[in-house]
Write a protein that binds this ligand. Structure first.
Ligand code: UTP
Length: 234
């Protein structure tokens, strides 16, 4: 049985995304098509705007207790996971009522359900690492990281017009860009969580980074087809 795991960046649900309802509808159609092909899915949803807002609100009170701020971020990931889950369920696709809160519970649900939707688990990493942990545990052939940039770049393309974009790269090259596996702050977001990148490198798990706002790219990759984005392996 083929299983595909994707981290859906919370940025895909942010208010500045042009038509979030249309995106959620097309996600439901993609999930319907993929499950009809007999592919199982685990979608791990990021915290996006509620994570940023919650962490900003609490940070002046909480100060440097990163784990406390992480717990606020985790709550936001679960809120977004619930939104995605209800949207997909309303489209007539069977999803479990539960949003699993640990890898163990998510694996139990994945054994019995074609689609599992979850957010974060514990402090100290982001949903990218959660998705990579699930992909490793389920022996998926790769883990998708759907974000709001088209590719991994040599620098942030939003502030650096000369940034080089990669279609293909190795895990070692990715490590040069994301840095060592350290969780420095809550809500701080690079293209991929360095803790997840390190786990994927050690496990030899290929990663696919793509712009999830373009549902056709996300869908192609979830179907195991050629996709526009960065393929990281080797
Ligand atoms: P995200 O997974 O959304 O991380 O979790 P991100 O990369 O900062 O944000 P996006 O995907 O670009 O929107 C938000 C925050 O929640 C905490 C971390 O502080 C993370 O930065 N978190 C999340 C955890 O501590 N553990 C988890 O399992 C998930």
């Amino acid at each position: 049985m083929t299983v595909r795991v994707a981290a859906l960046g919370g940025s895909l649900l942010r208010p500045e995304v042009e038509d979030r309802q249309a995106w959620l509808r097309s996600l439901s159609e993609s999930v319907r098509d993929i499950t009809r092909r007999g592919i199982r899915l685990v979608l791990v949803v990021g915290g996006g705007a509620p994570a940023r807002e919650g962490i900003q609100l609490a940070e002046p009170l909480i100060g440097e207790d990163v784990a406390a701020l992480d717990r606020i971020g985790i709550a936001a990931t679960r809120l977004n996971a619930r939104i995605v889950s209800e949207a997909i369920s309303c489209a007539g696709i069977e999803v479990p009522d539960t949003i699993p809160e640990s890898i163990e519970n998510a694996l139990l649900l994945a054994a019995e359900n074609a689609v599992v939707i979850m957010g974060g688990t514990v402090p100290g990493h982001t949903t990218d690492n959660v998705a990579i942990m699930m992909a490793c545990a389920l022996e998926a052939d790769r883990c998708l990281i759907a974000t709001n940039v088209s590719h991994v770049h040599s620098a942030d393309p939003r502030n650096n017009p000369d940034a080089i974009r990669f279609e293909e790269m190795s895990h070692d090259e990715l490590r040069e860009i994301v840095g060592p596996p350290i969780h420095r702050s809550a809500g701080g977001s690079g293209v991929i969580d360095p803790i997840g990148a390190d786990r994927a490198r050690k496990a030899g798990l290929p990663l696919a980074v793509l712009d999830g706002r373009h549902m056709e790219r996300l869908h192609a990759c979830l179907c195991g087809e050629a996709f526009e984005g960065t393929n990281i392996e080797g």
